[in-house]
Design a protein around this ligand. Structure first.
Ligand code: CP
Length: 306
């Protein structure tokens, strides 16, 4: 039985197969519309979510399956003190596969060790968000036509932004990848990622404070929200929250084929005027998130169209 806890749980070849499957689902949805008939997906969300939970549920429904679950810790027996390990043992009796979001780093991994069904990490604290990464990779591959030879600007909260951590880990396995890390000094990429992932793989990167200066270099600009829920000090959050705001004026500095991605939700970091720019890909990214989660469910349940 396989789980998806980290973006590295799939080899590059497996990842490419999964993205091919997602692309086939995008173009031939009817082929897959009954393949999960009789199967159930449990969504166990101990933290708020719009996209991840609903796209998982849409994915399973699109495959002909059913969904059950909870959308906050308060509405589950976690409020009475039940552990994640016990919860997944229970849910294994009710469902065929589970997606778990939890504020504690490592909680989905703990669940996987006790689970009788495949477990998907739907975001654990400030650690990782592998299904967002699958979404990001599908978006880049579909709209740019490649996952190699790209200069990628990651901008905003690079300390707590789990989508950034997972994306870096996934992309270093492709050739010709360069990163431009744009953040305030308080919100830089954690040292363990710089040392164990970027340096270890001899990846070219630079850390900068100004977005404008680097805009012309980028193939992809990946904007992120400052993660209010991970701050201990509200004053610090208020001081940093508007460090970067992407406006149409700033977009004038970018290449004509640069793409803007954002895992969403957006707060202030992209002006709504940018939404109409053809380079704004963040709403298309949401749609790719459904196809890629459909492909992931099929892969982990080992289901194929006959
Ligand atoms: N991108 C993302 O994880 O969004 P949600 O928090 O709404 O699931």
């Amino acid at each position: 039985m396989r789980h998806l806890i980290s973006p590295l749980d799939f080899s590059v070849e497996e990842l490419n197969n999964l993205l091919d499957l997602a692309s086939d689902i995008e173009h031939n949805p009817e082929k897959y519309s009954q393949i999960c008939k009789g199967k159930k997906l449990a969504t166990l969300f101990y933290e708020p979510s719009t996209r991840t939970r609903l796209s998982f549920e849409a994915a399973m429904l699109n495959l002909g399956g059913s969904v059950l679950g909870f959308s906050s810790a308060d509405s589950s027996s976690a409020a009475k003190g039940e552990s994640v390990a016990d919860t997944i043992r229970i849910v294994s009796c009710y469902a065929d596969i589970a997606a778990i979001r939890h504020p504690k780093e490592g909680a989905p991994l703990v669940a996987a060790t006790k689970s009788g069904i495949p477990v998907i990490n739907a975001g654990d604290g400030g650690h990782q968000h592998p299904t967002q990464t699958l979404t990001d990779l599908m978006t880049i591959r579909s709209l740019k036509g490649r996952l190699d030879n790209l200069t990628i600007g990651l901008c905003g909260d690079l300390k707590f932004g789990r989508t950034v951590h997972s994306l870096i880990k996934a992309l270093v396995r492709y050739t010709g990848i360069k990163f431009v890390l744009i953040s305030p000094k308080e919100l830089t990429v954690p040292d363990y990622i710089k040392q164990d992932v970027l340096d270890e793989n001899n990846i070219e990167y630079k850390e900068v404070r100004q977005l404008d200066d680097v805009m012309p270099e980028l193939d992809i600009l990946y904007m992120t929200r400052v993660q209010k829920e991970r701050f201990f000090n509200e004053e610090e959050y208020i001081r940093l929250k508007d460090s970067y705001i992407l406006t149409q004026d700033k977009m004038k500095l970018a290449r004509e084929d640069m793409l803007v991605l954002h895992p969403l939700p957006r707060v202030n970091e992209i002006s709504v005027e940018v939404d109409d720019d053809p380079r704004a890909a963040y709403f298309k990214q949401v749609q790719y998130g459904v196809y890629v989660r459909m492909a992931l469910i099929l892969t982990l349940l080992e289901l194929e169209v006959k």
